[in-house]
Design a protein around this ligand. Structure first.
Ligand code: NI
Length: 177
């Protein structure tokens, strides 16, 4: 379909709460997902939320393939998640380094729930219900935050742990955007 421009931090759409999708399996929804796929893949991203391409709908996609650049990161199956609902499984949180295609070149240390359940639908309207942990759980929390107008720098607890990726080399565990 089309590679779209990714909005950068500061764009007002990235601060808005996105609206639920009400009709599934439509040409418009499939087209949106294809554009998100093309855009995410062109930038080698781990996930993308619709607001990042200027569409205020509750749609996220994510996928992590085994990548020699991130040997400690487990693969995550390609997922289209619409109208997601997250339920943390326990109170435990882990700190991890995150990046974001809307915040290029930067990385920050962000606490996320270690384990959570996510529910939602795919683009056809089929139900998704998974309980995940670790990096998979982190990616889902990062992407769903976008739907509520939250970018990861807002979750960095200590701004000393926020900086440019090239300056942080050796001080952080690299993670895909
Ligand atoms: Ni992001």
């Amino acid at each position: 379909m089309a590679i779209r421009d990714v909005l950068k931090m500061g764009h007002p759409v990235l601060r808005e709460v996105a609206a639920p999708v009400t009709r599934f399996d439509t040409v418009e929804l499939h087209r949106l997902v294809l554009d998100m796929d093309d855009t995410m893949r062109s930038l080698d991203g781990a996930g993308l939320a619709a607001p990042q391409i200027g569409v205020g709908l509750r749609v996220v996609i994510f996928e992590v393939n085994a990548n020699p650049r991130y040997p400690h990161v487990e693969a995550i199956p390609y997922t289209v998640l619409v109208n997601p609902v997250l339920t943390p499984a326990g109170d435990e949180m882990d700190d991890g380094w995150e990046g974001c295609l809307s915040v290029p070149g930067l990385r920050g240390l962000v606490p996320r729930y270690r384990q959570l359940r996510y529910q939602g639908r795919d683009a056809r309207g089929n139900w998704i219900d998974r309980t995940v942990e670790g990096f998979h759980a982190r990616v889902v929390q990062h992407e769903v935050d976008h739907l509520d107008g939250i970018l990861y720098p807002q979750r960095v607890r200590d701004l000393r742990n926020f900086g440019f990726e090239d300056a942080l080399v050796g001080q952080m565990t690299p993670m895909p955007d």
